[in-house]
Design a protein around this ligand. Structure first.
Ligand code: GDP
Ligand code: ADP
Ligand code: 5GP
Length: 226
């Protein structure tokens, strides 16, 4: 089955700096704990953030539902979306297409909702190019042995799939230096605190505060003295 390369994606840069929500790109070798960290964060802050639901051509795993974990589509449908320029990025991961739709993220950012992209390093590169204001976070496991233990413990992939993910882990990890932030997910609560700190810092950036507190700043700078 032929897989298209992503050269067909338009190179226009989306200006997300006018939005008060922040776009977070989160990558990790499979099993490092990225989905668990995102889930835990969303449980704490359900109204302030969401995960962008990707489209994929892979089969749903037991318990995964269309529209919640992914939009599960066939190869032909995915390629029609590529042709319609519907993706901000897409990539071939583990022999399947995965992609992030533009509409999905821009709507939330414009409403001040932070959006997490759980995407691999190839997708991260594409998004960074098009949306340089995005913050990128790389999650690392404390060791390769622990990474394998977590994939086994998760109990969702058979041993051949786990072996393939372990084989790809170091290639994924080698891209750590393309990211703004690194979290070593050893103690889960400490990692969750680190994630919170990054998100809080992003929300306090001057450019966002200037939009959120436009009226206050105008009042503080007005010449009228009380
Ligand atoms: P996990 O990594 O074991 O949680 O497995 P998943 O099936 O949830 O994700 C597999 C890989 O696909 C991960 O590396 C994700 O970061 C990546 N991925 C998921 N969605 C997207 C997407 O929309 N774009 C890109 N580029 N990568 C994605
Ligand atoms: P990813 O989304 O990066 O593939 P998951 O979030 O599915 O990873 O985590 C893989 C497994 O590791 C899950 O069973 C999860 O409960 C477990 N896990 C995640 N973080 C930790 C941690 N800090 N310590 C121990 N186990 C963890
Ligand atoms: P899984 O099949 O385990 O759900 O995902 C496999 C890999 O695909 C993960 O590394 C995940 O981050 C990545 N992935 C998931 N969705 C997307 C996406 O929309 N775009 C890209 N580029 N990668 C994705």
């Amino acid at each position: 089955m032929a897989i298209k390369t992503n050269n067909s994606i338009a190179t226009n840069v989306a200006n997300i700096s006018m939005y008060t929500g922040t776009l977070f790109i989160i990558s990790a070798p499979s099993g490092a704990g990225k989905s668990s960290l995102i889930r835990a964060y969303l449980n704490q802050q359900p109204h302030q953030a969401k995960v962008s639901i990707s489209h994929t051509t892979r089969e749903p795993r037991p318990g995964e539902t269309h529209g919640e974990h992914y939009y599960f589509v066939d190869h032909k449908h995915f390629e029609s979306l590529i042709d319609k320029n519907a993706f901000v990025e897409y990539a071939n991961v583990f022999d399947h297409y995965y992609g992030t739709s533009k509409a999905e993220i821009e709507q939330s950012l414009s409403q001040g909702i932070n959006v997490f992209l759980d995407i691999d390093w190839q997708g991260a590169r594409q998004v960074r190019k098009k949306m340089p204001q995005a913050k990128s976070i790389f999650i690392l496991p404390p060791s390769l042995k622990e990474l394998e233990n977590r994939l086994i413990k998760r109990g969702q992939d058979n041993s051949a799939v786990i072996a393939k993910r372990m084989q790809k882990a170091q290639a994924e990890i080698s891209h750590y230096n393309e990211y703004d932030y690194i979290i070593i997910n050893d103690d889960f609560d400490a990692s969750l605190n680190a994630l919170n700190a990054i998100i809080t810092a992003a929300s306090l950036e001057q450019q966002k505060q200037a939009i959120i507190n436009k009226q206050l700043l105008a009042d503080l700078l007005s010449t009228q003295s009380n």
